[in-house]
Design a protein around this ligand. Structure first.
Ligand code: NAP
Length: 309
């Protein structure tokens, strides 16, 4: 009997994903049926997204894996009904998008582009340093952080990274632990946060740690809103401790119209567009995991539910 993959990511995403998923599953696991409705006890795989109406996984008793279309898993990882393996999205298209977003915004701050775009008066010749002289910190050296760090290194930036675990032999200088974070932040003129939202990363950038930065440093957060203590950031922006914050993600999304970030002269708000999952490449990742699940092979990108990412 053929296996059943339920598209449980919601009706709004189905038109975007249907063709790509059908093609990819046909190529990787032709015996698998892709459906939008099924009796729970017949389902072998669930394709999921955070906005999905499907929130109770307990009736899916033979489900081999829940396959998330997003990289971030904070909205499903604590679901008490989830006993099936959970895989997150690692999509080459999403990674490329994030690299473009991060390099673009780092270059904006590095080159001081706003001075000229906004029309600086007079003939104020401020020549930026070379990228090799610009220390950049990337917090998070996972799929996205490492790809961004490598792209910045390719542009000659003096890039260093930070992660939970120690990483030996990486092509990017890597730090871990609180002492590693302090050392890194004390020299970082541009900071990029690409960490998941977990209990440990909540308010990581608080008043103390923002205070470690060189005065006027720029912050770029395409990770998750709760990584930053909003009030501490606003105070740091007002005092000039942080020169500019480019924020893509927020505690409440869409960011409310009356939120101070919306109107702050040194905040750039982008509406959670840093990097989207691309249906064509993501469908191949989903199909490969379905193939593996059917064949009894190890799944790709499985989330550690206790660690939270
Ligand atoms: P990932 O591969 O799981 O990497 C996460 C990185 O964060 C790892 O290097 C991990 O350290 C590090 N980390 C986790 N907890 C930490 C802690 N307590 N202290 C220090 N480092 C910690 O995730 P990813 O694919 O790179 O994605 C990162 C995040 O980007 C996602 O979780 C999501 O929130 C966000 N995102 C945003 C958008 C957007 O459009 N704005 C799009 C996609 C993703 P180890 O290497 O030691 O495990």
């Amino acid at each position: 009997m053929s296996a059943v993959a339920l598209f449980g990511a919601g009706a709004s995403l189905w038109p975007e994903y249907e063709k790509h998923l059908r093609q990819a599953i046909q190529a990787a696991a032709p015996d698998v049926q892709l459906v939008t409705e099924a009796a729970p006890e017949t389902v072998d795989f669930i394709i999921y997204a955070p906005g999905s109406p499907l929130q109770d996984f307990s009736p899916y008793t033979k489900c081999k894996a829940v396959l998330n279309l997003w990289a971030g898993v904070e909205r499903i990882v604590g679901n008490p009904t989830l006993t099936q393996p959970l895989c997150r999205m690692v999509d080459p298209g999403l990674t490329e998008g994030m690299v473009e977003y991060v390099t673009g915004h780092v270059l904006r701050h590095h080159l001081g582009m706003d001075r000229y775009i906004l029309g600086a008066p007079g003939w104020n010749q401020i020549v930026p340093p070379l990228a090799r002289e610009r220390p950049v910190a990337v917090l998070g050296l996972g799929e996205l952080g490492l790809a961004c760090a490598r792209a910045l290194k390719g542009l000659n930036f003096a890039v260093e990274g930070w992660s939970r675990s120690e990483k030996a032999g990486l092509d990017i200088p890597a730090h871990h632990g609180e002492a590693g974070l302090e050392a890194l932040l004390r020299r970082a003129e541009i900071v990029v946060t690409l960490l998941p939202r977990t209990a440990e990363t909540e308010n990581l950038l608080n008043a103390t740690r923002l205070g470690w930065l060189p005065k006027g440093a720029a912050l770029i957060n395409p990770g998750r809103g709760p990584l930053i203590d909003d009030d501490a950031l606003l105070a740091a922006l007002d005092s000039g401790q942080v020169g500019h914050a480019t924020l893509d993600v927020f505690r409440v999304e869409p960011l409310p119209e009356d939120h101070p970030f919306r109107h702050h002269p040194r905040v750039t708000v982008t509406p959670h567009i840093a990097a989207d999952t691309r249906a064509s490449s993501a469908a191949r990742v989903i199909a490969e995991n379905i193939r593996r699940g059917v064949a009894g092979e190890a799944l790709l990108h499985q989330v550690d539910l206790r660690r939270g990412y």
